[in-house]
Design a binder for this molecule. Sequence first.
Ligand code: PLP
Length: 460
Amino acid sequence: MKDQGYQVIDAIVEHRTKMTDKKVYATNSYEVLNDIVKREMPLIGEDPSEVFKELDHLISNNVAHLDHPRFFSFIPGPSNYYSVLADTLATGYNVFAGHWMGGAYAAMIETRTLEWLAEIMEFPKESGGIFTSGGSMANLTAIVAARENKLPEDHSNGVIYYSEQTHSSLSKALRVIGFKPKNMRKIKSDTHFRIDTNQLLQTLEEDIKNGLKPFCIIGNAGTTNTGAIDDLNTMAQIAKEKNCWFHIDAAYGGATMLSKEYKKELQGIEKADSITLDPHKWWFQPYEIGCLLVRDRNILKEAFTVTAEYLDDTVSNSGEINYYEHGVQLSRSFRALKLYTFFRCVGLEKIGADITNGIKNAEYIEKLLKQKEYWEIITKPSIGIISFRVKISEDETENDKINAKVSKYLLEDGYAMITTTKLKGHLALRMCPIHPETTLEFLEKTFGIMNSYIENFTEN
Ligand SMILES: Cc1ncc(COP(=O)(O)O)c(C=O)c1O
């Protein structure tokens, strides 16, 4: 057991320490990978050290390395070594984190870690929450809590409001819990991709006039597309006046609260009824850990407690929280341990400095873009995300194709990874350089590669 353990730890350490020498993206085609993985069902066991050796090699060469300092696409997942070890410990003990009886220490650490997060987000003492598989599940948990709290009897006429820039997980969650288009309002966003609060208020008032029941407003603290932050103070005011639940999706941007310099960007977040955070993004955790914070922890319990005779023995005294009564899952892993361990081993000051650094990286990219006339900045850096586009043709559709080519070229080169999105009707390149080990040199070289490709392209 120890030999295999050392073998796996060695592989992880090798990966994490030599990553920058590797390509960000190195994946075989479907045909090749399918051939490699093809095998009969293993009726007889194999030599485990050979199996682990093969797994290490194949994982390393067939995934995009979201934990790589030059992975700039989507939202990176930088992860960290202490949390990998903590996750291993939690899995090694096979801790059951569903109820106090099954895992008292797990419940206690979950509560403590949630208290720390609540303090960071400036939530009151009565707040609580739960760790989930990710941001999607946290958003789903939030809207169920909102619905059960605001419309406990009948939600058929309930309406929920969010901007067109809100993450797709929200629309998916609404579909999962059975909401129909008549219950959802996608509000347009302004030129900076923030929700148009006048339009929000107007739509809400029209719905009330028509006998519908607005019950929830969702704000963004860092959209996935552009890092845009909605006007959280105005939204909180509207929610209060109209007796709506105010949920904020801070799955991407929430960690900004740890940055001394930039936390002011999230002003108003503390007024929410609930906040989605996503530790497996910018809180540097390995997948899977999301988080929902709720201003009043009793509301989560009211929304999710469903009794069963075989669970009667788990009924707990005050303070002994059964987390299965606060969310969807009964059997659940000890996710809190990795974040708790990370906070203790690294300290919030260093983590905050790393977050500031990620935001500054995006600001540095703006400077690099300004050095060449063919780059057009589509959205200015906002808490670590910037979007831009090559503009060398009069024909914008032609420019769309060129931008797609730049992204593809970089992917094939493997030095860095930048993918596209659509903004203002056209294709844009988008970067999220938040890895703590991303250097200015990495950013400069990435632009060096893109610039020579574009300049060659223009010459030919
Ligand atoms: C703003 C936002 N909300 C929600 C999600 C969904 O989170 P997850 O992928 O952890 O389910 C994401 C993921 O990128 C996100 O950026």
